[in-house]
Design a protein around this ligand. Sequence first.
Ligand SMILES: NC(=O)c1ccc[n+]([C@@H]2O[C@H](COP(=O)([O-])OP(=O)(O)OC[C@H]3O[C@@H](n4cnc5c(N)ncnc54)[C@H](OP(=O)(O)O)[C@@H]3O)[C@@H](O)[C@H]2O)c1
Length: 293
Amino acid sequence: MSWLITGGSGQLALCLTDSLTREGQAFTSLSKRELDISTTDSVSKIVGQSPRIIVNCAAYTAVDKAESKPDSAQTVNTLGAKNVAIAAKELGVPLIHISTDYVFSGESSIPWQINSPTQPRTTYGKTKLSGEREINNIYPEGTFILRTAWLYSRYGTNFAKSILRKAITSGDALKVVNDQIGQPTLASELADQIFYLSKSQANPGTYHVTNGGEASWYEFAREIFLLSGHDPSRVNPISSSEYESVAHRPKYSVLDNSVWDSKGLPRMSDWEDALNRAIPEIRDQVEREAHNG
Ligand SMILES: NC(=O)c1ccc[n+]([C@@H]2O[C@H](COP(=O)([O-])OP(=O)(O)OC[C@H]3O[C@@H](n4cnc5c(N)ncnc54)[C@H](OP(=O)(O)O)[C@@H]3O)[C@@H](O)[C@H]2O)c1
């Protein structure tokens, strides 16, 4: 009887397997090739594993691409989430499902509460919100929906790695959007929180879980330069209107984490502290990848 993790090749899943290994937990982590959550037989495959807890890290996360491939995003983020919930309910085991700040419109200047009205502006956000709704229809009594934001880690492709790669491999200046505000969140710290959640007395429901504080992408990029010993004046602010992107990103998507904090779960670090801790391992990884071409 162990943990079952879906989307096993993704950055959060990889961080979670690190956390569970450290904690001496038994787990099975299945990549998309091993378990495609959008297929009907995924339910019986999950049930056949007899896990004691399921974490759904699988998602269609290509925010811009989703605008031209809404069906692909829907299949994974909505139908896939539904399949995982059906399996968890059949087994009667807790399901931890990961969702996103993109379920909100971004039109605010104060942090989003769990019950703030949702109004996603992107296809990705819409399909993730429908996933939440499917799960809440099927298995609310056993599901923890964790909304998080701006994940980065040493794994996969993410903003922190892309900026660090630019800092290391060229001397060029770069322009970064300064009018979208969110919470850079270290995926490995979120993974630790998922483990703590499994040991806690917290009730199923929806939670916001991110690193503390807030920043624009520009401030995040500047801090990456600064902490990795590169000249932060190479990073220049621009507005969203000067940066072409297919999907309309939220302007302000800071999540209020107070409900999470009130459950006696460890408080997440402020984003600058988390980044400071993570920079050495992310830098090592980026250097390795640059060296290997
Ligand atoms: N990244 C962020 O900034 C962010 C922010 C807020 C919330 N989240 C949420 O956090 C969770 C983890 O995100 P992440 O950053 O770890 O994303 P990620 O690195 O893109 O990982 C997602 C994983 O899901 C897999 N996958 C896609 N379709 C699948 C399917 N049909 N069946 C099984 N697996 C499938 C992907 O495989 P392939 O790569 O082979 O397609 C990938 O390995 C997701 O729910 C995401 O929506 C992420």
